[in-house]
Design a protein around this ligand. Structure first.
Ligand code: COA
Length: 253
C-alpha cells in the first residue's frame, strides 16, 4: 500500500522519511502512525543502514499528536492512541540502525517525542521544541516524561513540561536536546553526509552499540558493563570484524 502521509526516499543505504502533512504542520494522526509502523517493519528487514526523519514544508518537523482528533475522544480511545504512539517510538528506538531526526521547524508534543526516540537530533535555526501538553490539559503521552528526563535530566525536563514553553535551537543545543544546528538549506544534505560517516563503519557494531547505550540508560552500571563485555565478545564472531582488523594490520605493516 502506498503511504498517504509518509514519503519514503532511498538514497543508497540511507532512507529519508518525510512526514507529509504540512497543512496541519505534520501533526501525527492515527493514519500517519499506522504508516510509520508498516514502514519501520520493512526497515527492520531491508538493507538500509541509516534512517533520517524530517517534516515537509518550511515550518514544522511535527506539531505533535492530532489535537482535533484528541478533542473528540475519551479515555479509552486515548489509551489506544497512546499505545500507538509508544509502538512507533519504541520501534524507532529498538531499530538496530541509527535514526536521525532532521528537525526543520516546530517539534512539539508528540513531534518532540518522535525526535527524542531518534538517536541523533539535528535542528535548523528556526526549530522550536517543547512539550506543551499541559497547556491543553494533558501530560506528555508518547514517552516525553521518560525520554526527555533521560536525555536532558529531571530539572530541565520538568522546566519544559511544567511550563509548556517552546525553546529555540540554541537553547536546545545548550541543553543537549539537539546535537547540532544546521542551516535549513543544508539540513538534509548534512544529515546524509553524517549518515555516510556512520555507514563507513560496521553496521553490526553500530547496531550493537546503539542497543548497549539504550539498555545502559535503564540498567545499573554493573549490568550495563556486563552486557558490554558479552556484546563485545560477540563482535568477534563476525566475518566483517575479522576482515576489518586484518586490513588494518596489513596496511600498517
Ligand atoms: N494537531 C492538529 N492540527 C494542528 C496541530 C496539531 N498538533 N498543530 C497545528 N495544527 C493545524 C492547525 O489547526 C492549523 O490547521 P487549519 O489551518 O486547518 O486551521 C494548521 O495546523 C496550522 O496551524 P496554526 O496554528 O494556524 O499555525 P501557527 O503558525 O499560527 O502556530 C503552532 C503554529 C505550532 C504554534 C500551533 O499550531 C500550535 O500550537 N500547535 C499545537 C502544538 C501542540 O500543542 N502540540 C502538542 C499536542 S499534544
Amino acid at each position: 500500500m502506498t503511504p498517504k502521509y509518509l514519503q519514503v526516499e532511498k538514497d543508497g543505504e540511507i532512507v529519508l522519511i518525510t512526514i507529509n502533512r504540512p497543512e496541519k504542520l505534520n501533526a501525527l494522526n492515527l493514519e500517519v502512525m499506522n504508516e510509520f509502523i508498516s514502514i519501520l517493519d520493512n526497515l527492520e528487514k531491508d538493507s538500509s543502514k541509516v534512517i533520517i526523519i524530517t517534516g515537509a514544508g518550511q515550518k514544522a518537523f511535527s506539531a505533535g499528536a492530532d489535537i482535533e482528533y484528541m478533542s473528540k475522544i475519551g479515555s479509552s480511545e486515548a489509551e489506544k492512541y497512546a499505545l500507538k504512539g509508544h509502538e512507533v517510538l519504541n520501534k524507532i528506538e529498538k531499530l538496530e540502525k541509527p535514526v536521525i531526526a532532521a528537525i526543520n521547524g516546530y517539534a512539539l508534543g508528540g513531534g518532540c517525542e518522535l525526535g527524542l526516540a531518534c538517536d541523533i537530533r539535528f535542528a535548523s535555526p528556526n526549530a522550536q521544541l517543547g512539550q506543551p501538553e499541559v497547556t491543553i490539559g494533558i501530560c506528555p503521552g508518547w514517552g516525553g516524561t521518560q525520554r526527555l528526563l533521560r536525555i536532558i535530566g529531571p530539572a530541565r525536563a520538568k522546566d519544559l513540561i511544567f511550563t509548556g514553553r517552546k525553546i529555540g535551537a540554541e537553547e536546545a543545543l545548550v541543553m543537549g536536546l539537539v546535537n547540532k544546528i544546521i542551516p535549513n538549506e543544508n539540513l538534509i544534505s548534512e544529515s546524509k553526509a553524517y549518515a555516510k560517516n556512520i555507514i563507513k563503519n560496521s553496521s553490526f557494531a553500530v547496531g550493537i552499540s546503539k542497543m548497549l547505550v539504550n539498555k545502559g540508560m535503564d540498567a545499573n552500571l554493573d549490568t550495563g558493563l556486563k552486557l558490554e563485555i558479552y556484546s563485545w565478545s560477540l563482535c568477534f564472531s563476525s566475518k566483517e570484524r575479522e576482515e576489518r582488523m586484518r586490513a588494518f594490520v596489513e596496511k600498517n605493516n
